[in-house]
Ligand binder design. Structure first.
Ligand SMILES: [Zn+2]
Length: 258
C-alpha cells in the first residue's frame, strides 16, 4: 500500500494531535481497525532488527490511500507505540527492548508448556546447568548467524551416559595436579559427608576436598559419591568406606593420611 508522510505543520487540513497512547487506542479498537493500521518500514536500507516487528502507524482514507503519522513507531503484534523520529536521529533502543519483552513472553510460555506436559519441577528453570546450556545454544546461533535445528544439536540419553565417564576423567586429570600440590603442602582436607534419601531409604557417602591457597582463597571440590551400606556410622566405618570409595571412584593422585 502506498503511504505518504504527513506532518502537522504542512498539512493543515489534516492536523490531528496524536500521542503514543491515543495511537495505541486507535490501533487496538476493532471498529477503527480499518482506519488506523501499522505499515511496514519499506526503506531499502533498514539496519535495525526492530523493523521486523515494528512499523509506522498510519491513517487510511476512503480512497484507499494512507498517511503515515509522523513521529511514532508501533508494534505489529501488540500495537504498543513509541515516539520515534525517523531519518538518522531516531534511536531504536526502546523498540529493541520491546522485542526482548516479546521474546521473554515466548520463552516463559514455552518453559511452562514443557514443565506441564512433561511433569517437571517448577524450579528446573533455576537450574544453573539449564542457563549455561541455553547460553551455549545462543552463542552457537550467533556464531552461525542463523537459526539452528534443535534436533541437529541434541544428543540421546545413552550418549550422555557415555560422556559422563569421559568428562569425569577429563576433569580429574585437571584437578589431580592441584590436589597433589595441596596435599604435599599439607593444606588439603578431605571431608566425608553422609546423607540419606528418605524416600528410597538409601544412605550415601560423599567425599569433598577443601584447601586454602596462598592467596587466601577457599576452594572445594566434590570428589566422588557412593552408596553407604555399613550398619553403623562410626568414625571407623566411615574411614574404611571413604578409602574404598576414593579408590573406586578414581585415583586423585594423593595419599590419604586419614
Ligand atoms: Zn509488541
Amino acid at each position: 500500500m502506498y503511504c505518504i508522510d504527513i506532518s502537522s505543520s504542512s498539512s493543515t487540513d489534516l492536523v490531528e494531535q496524536y500521542s503514543t497512547s491515543s495511537i495505541e487506542n486507535l490501533l487496538k479498537q476493532k471498529d477503527q481497525s480499518k482506519q488506523f493500521m501499522v505499515v511496514k518500514n519499506d526503506q531499502k536500507y533498514v539496519s535495525s532488527p526492530a523493523w521486523s516487528t515494528f512499523g509506522f502507524p498510519a491513517k487510511r482514507f476512503e480512497d484507499g490511500s494512507c498517511q503515515r503519522i509522523i513521529g511514532f513507531a508501533s508494534c505489529f503484534a501488540c500495537k504498543d507505540t513509541y515516539s520515534y523520529q525517523y531519518g538518522g536521529s531516531g534511536s531504536t533502543k526502546y523498540l529493541l527492548r520491546h522485542l526482548t519483552a516479546h521474546d521473554c513472553t515466548l520463552i516463559r510460555d514455552e518453559l511452562t508448556k514443557w514443565i506441564c506436559s512433561s511433569v517437571r519441577p517448577f524450579n528446573i528453570v533455576s537450574d544453573p546447568g539449564l542457563k549455561i546450556t541455553l547460553q551455549t545454544v545462543m552463542n552457537i546461533c550467533q556464531k552461525y548467524q542463523g537459526p539452528i535445528n534443535a534436533e541437529d544439536i541434541l544428543v540421546t540419553p545413552p550418549t550422555i551416559a557415555n560422556n559422563v565417564h569421559k568428562l569425569a576423567e577429563y576433569y580429574r586429570s585437571l584437578i589431580r595436579p592441584v590436589l597433589i600440590d595441596q596435599a604435599e603442602s599439607g593444606a588439603l582436607c578431605v571431608c566425608p559427608d553422609l546423607w540419606n534419601d528418605q524416600y528410597k531409604k538409601v544412605d550415601y557417602l560423599g567425599l569433598t576436598a577443601f584447601f586454602v591457597t596462598s592467596a587466601h582463597g577457599l576452594y572445594s571440590f566434590d570428589l566422588c559419591c557412593a552408596r553407604y551400606n555399613e550398619n553403623d556410622k562410626t568414625g571407623q566405618s566411615v574411614l574404611q568406606i571413604s578409602r574404598l570409595v576414593k579408590n573406586k571412584c578414581g585415583n586423585f593422585g594423593f595419599k590419604s593420611e586419614c
